[in-house]
Every structure is written in C-alpha cells, then in structure tokens.
Design a binder for this molecule. Structure first.
Ligand SMILES: Cc1cc2nc3c(=O)[nH]c(=O)nc-3n(C[C@H](O)[C@H](O)[C@H](O)COP(=O)(O)OP(=O)(O)OC[C@H]3O[C@@H](n4cnc5c(N)ncnc54)[C@H](O)[C@@H]3O)c2cc1C
Length: 422
C-alpha cells in the first residue's frame, strides 16, 4: 500500500470520526444519521450535495438517467438552442460521494421511516427530503389525457414533450395560428408561458412572419406583465393576442382530434396548440401523505419539514412555499436552507431563520431579457416576500439594458447548472 493511500485512508477515517462526533448515533445502532433525497432536479441535487458537505451520509434517488432542465427550454422551442444543452447527468454528484439510486421511489412508509423503491428494495432514513417536482393533472381539464398531450403537447416537463412541440412548430405553415392555454396559479414557473409566447413570436417573425399567437389565460394578470406586454408591442406588433380570464380566456375543455380549445365564450382552433394544464406535486408526494387537498405540500418555512408528516421535508415546486414562485432558482435556495436545517436538527440544535432569494429571468428575444427578483422570510408560518427588497427590471430601459439582462440570464443558467451538476 502506498504512503499516499495510507494518508488518504487516515484522513478519511478522521473525517468520518469528526462526522460521527458531530451527529449523534441513532438508537438503532446505525453509524451516523442517514438522509435520503428523492428527486435529482434542481432542488434535490442541491440539497443532497449540501448535506454531503455537512458530513452526512446521503442517498439520492432519481428515476431518470438524464435530467432535462426546463429553464431555457423555451429557447429550444424557438430553435435557438439544441435540447442537448439542457441535459445533465449525476456522474459528478456521485463522484462527490453521494450514493445514487437510479430508480423510482414507489412508496414511503413514514412510520418505519423507509422509502420503498420500484424494485421492492428498501431505504431507511432519519430524515427524508422530497423534491419530486410536478405532475400534470390529467383529471383537471376535460379531454386532456395522455393521448391529447401527444397531439397538443404541454412541454411543461422538458424532454420529449419539448422536441415534440418544436417539431410541430417547424412543420406549421407560415400564416398558421399557435394557441397557448395558460393555467391559473399556482403552477411551475409563473413567467414561463409568456416567455414561451415571446420566443415563439421571435421564431415566427424570423421564419414565418404571417403567423399569429393566441394566449388563452385562466388568470387576469401574470408575472412581469407590463414588461412583457410593452416588449410585445415593440418587437411583435399585432402578432400576439392575450385573452384574460375575465375576457373569456379560461379553457374548460379540449378536443385533441381537431386541436380545438373550448372556453365559456367560444371555440379556438389552432394549427399548433400548447396546453399547459393545472399541476400538482408529483405522485410520490401524494402517496407519502405530504400533499394536502390542493395537491401541493404545506411546509414549515424554517425547516421545510412537512406539516403533515414528521421527518419528511419537501422542497422545490412540490412545496407550498408561500410567496416564493416555483422556480429552479427557488428550488436551489430551498435545497440549501433545508440541508442546513436538517444538519441542525440532527445535531439537536435549533435551525436558524432563513432569508431566501429568487430571481427569474425571461427572454423576450435572444437579445432582450427581463427579470423579477424577491427576498422571502418566514412570517406567520409562511414564507413571505420582504417588502421593498425585490422588484422587476425598469419599464423604460434602453435596448442595451435588455441585451445585458439576456446575457445575465444565460450566465445564470450556466452558473446554476454547473453548481448543481458540475
Ligand atoms: C418552460 C419552463 C421554463 C422555466 N424557466 C425557468 C427559469 O428561467 N428560471 C427558473 O428558475 N426556473 C424556471 N423554470 C422552473 C424550473 O424548471 C422548476 O421550478 C424546477 O425544475 C423545480 O425543481 P424541482 O427540484 O422542484 O423539480 P424538478 O427539477 O422537476 O426535479 C424533480 C426530479 O424528481 C424526479 N422524480 C420525481 N418523482 C420521483 C420518484 N418517485 N422517484 C425518483 N425520482 C423522482 C424527476 O425525475 C426529476 O428529475 C421553468 C420551467 C418551465 C416549464
């Protein structure tokens, strides 16, 4: 055995000793507390890495070998980048000493503190973190089922759905109509539908200039609305029509065969139709008993521990994080706060009150970015936006400012993906 290896072994033993001293042994005799994280997206992977940094033994359960990121997937739809630039693996995370289980978590037994995997094997935990993202609610919109999602893709989980919608847009004739149905709150990425409409308008302007976009909305207002609408007038005059809830925009039924969306006031047929249906916390959260009747998961805003099941924490899109929007930026911030809280709890210490930040960039065109930022802290049991601490890009900014924000958006994506997966 080489001297270097002996030294490394000693260092490892010393580090393990330190971790064992910091985290008391379990009553069951297990060496040190064990944390299982379900979901290798922005929230789960961040949390797993942070827990590992704090000296805890972590297992990350992820169903897919390749994670396809949603941020910037609207640029894929517009033909501005290939889908491969959205794809990430967990290899570097595994090299960092986290056990990766590449299968689906099928059930949770909160009493036994155990995750049941798809193949029947079991993972015990002291603390469990769920960051499983969203499911599309196939029961919420009449006519929208798996078959309808193939004809009228939602593309709200990036991957096959993104490339399907891209192919439909490419195949559409110049002069066609693209119809987008946007859901009521809450849903994943509040500015996402409007960024999507903007970038598809950019694609039309540059490739199919006689085409039109119609947005049917189940809301009367939306994120960064003034900025989006001012930009649409500037960049895409007479191309985008937005129909609000009170003007009859809420889609109540879809007919996949004829690509028609039905509202209380009429029927809208599109050449390409993108339905973004209502959503809820992904299935494992439902079967774990951490989701309430809304379909989302109530949490303690200091620790992200479920209000419904002890020792289970929920972060990211699946959680009800008060004023925090469902974004990758939020999921990443929550992953770090949750890891710090778990580390404190396992040491028998009180977790510190967090302050969390979110920033959401949107592209209106490749060289035109806008953003919204907010700071959140626990108040009356909820994560609440700190007044005066955030805001949006200025309404009357010059083109150079918008171009700079587009660069910031791209830089943010590179930074967060290399932090989480690099
Ligand atoms: C079009 C679009 C654009 C967006 N743009 C932005 C943006 O610009 N900025 C931004 O901050 N956010 C953006 N978002 C939002 C962002 O993608 C989500 O908020 C973020 O991915 C949430 O992270 P998460 O960890 O909660 O869930 P996800 O990232 O969805 O990760 C969940 C993971 O859990 C896994 N999983 C689920 N169930 C199980 C199970 N039972 N067993 C094992 N694994 C499981 C899934 O395979 C998945 O990998 C956008 C979203 C969309 C749709």
């Amino acid at each position: 055995m080489s001297q270097a290896l002996t030294r490394r072994t000693l260092l490892k033993a010393a580090a393990m000793g330190a971790a064992a001293a910091a985290f008391p042994r379990r009553a069951t005799g297990q060496a040190s507390p064990k944390v299982v994280v379900v979901g290798g997206g922005f929230g789960g992977t961040t949390c797993a890495r942070e827990l590992k940094r704090k000296g805890l033994a972590v297992t990350l359960v992820e169903a897919n070998a390749i994670y396809t990121a949603c941020p910037f997937s609207n640029a894929v739809l517009a033909g501005l980048r290939p889908v491969e630039t959205q794809q990430f693996k967990l290899d570097a995370v595994e090299k960092g000493g986290i056990d990766i289980v590449r299968q689906r978590a099928a059930r949770i037994d909160p009493q036994a503190r155990r995750v049941v995997l798809e193949d029947g094997s079991l993972l015990d935990y002291d603390r469990l973190v769920l960051s499983p993202g969203i499911d599309i609610r196939l029961d919420a919109l009449s006519g929208y089922d798996e078959a309808a999602a193939a004809a009228m893709p939602h593309a709200w989980k990036a991957g096959e759905q993104t490339t399907l919608l891209r192919r439909q847009l490419e195949a559409m004739d110049d002069g066609g109509t693209f119809v987008l149905a946007a859901p009521a709150n809450p849903f994943r990425c509040p500015p996402g539908p409007y960024e999507r409409a903007s970038l598809i308008a950019h694609y039309f302007k540059t490739h199919k200039p006689r085409s039109k976009l119609l947005i049917l909305d189940a809301k009367d207002s939306f994120s960064k609305q003034r900025l989006f609408q001012a930009a649409w007038q500037d960049l895409y005059p007479n191309m985008i029509e937005w129909v609000s809830l009170s003007s009859g925009g809420k889609v109540i039924e879809v007919d996949a065969k004829t690509r028609t969306l039905v509202t209380d006031f009429g029927r809208h047929k599109g050449d390409v139709v993108n339905v973004i249906p209502p959503q809820r916390a992904s299935q494992i959260a439902q079967v774990a008993g951490v989701a309430d009747r809304s379909g989302w998961c109530p949490i303690d805003p200091v620790t992200f521990e479920s209000r419904l099941q002890p020792n289970i924490h929920v972060i990211g899109d699946a959680s009800i994080a008060g004023g925090m929007p469902k974004s990758a930026f939020s999921a990443n911030a929550q992953g770090k706060v949750c890891a710090a809280a778990i580390s404190s709890l396992l040491r028998g210490e009180a977790p510190t009150e967090p302050k969390l930040i979110n920033t959401c960039y949107s592209l209106v065109a490749p060289d035109y970015g806008i953003s919204v930022a907010g700071v959140y802290s626990p108040r009356n049991g909820m994560l609440t936006e700190v007044e005066g601490a955030g805001g949006t890009s200025p309404v009357n900014a010059p083109p150079a400012f918008r171009a700079q924000e587009a660069v910031y958006a791209e830089t943010w994506f590179q930074t967060i993906t290399s932090e989480v997966y690099g």
